[in-house]
Design a protein. Structure first.
Length: 76
């Protein structure tokens, strides 16, 4: 029964949360084969691109803010 549940969950389009998790996994270079197959067969590339750009921007802004904080605390 659980095998059927897994197959039916992989046959539908990924939700927003699934897409965010897939992009996050791509940032770290880890992704299960089942999720990769689901993403390529049922996902829309535009969703992954948009979320990827947003997550990259958040990552870069976070790094800039951390560096500014460190420089401020160092008195530079």
């Amino acid at each position: 029964m659980q095998e059927q549940d897994k197959n039916t969950s992989n046959n539908k389009a990924p939700t927003l949360w699934d897409t965010v998790k897939s992009v996050a996994a791509a940032f770290f270079g880890v992704q299960s084969n089942a999720n990769r197959v689901r993403d390529f067969t049922h996902g829309k590339a535009s969703h992954f691109i948009i979320i990827g750009v947003v997550m990259t921007a958040v990552f870069v802004i976070t790094l800039v803010m951390i560096v500014k904080l460190i420089l401020y605390l160092a008195g530079v």
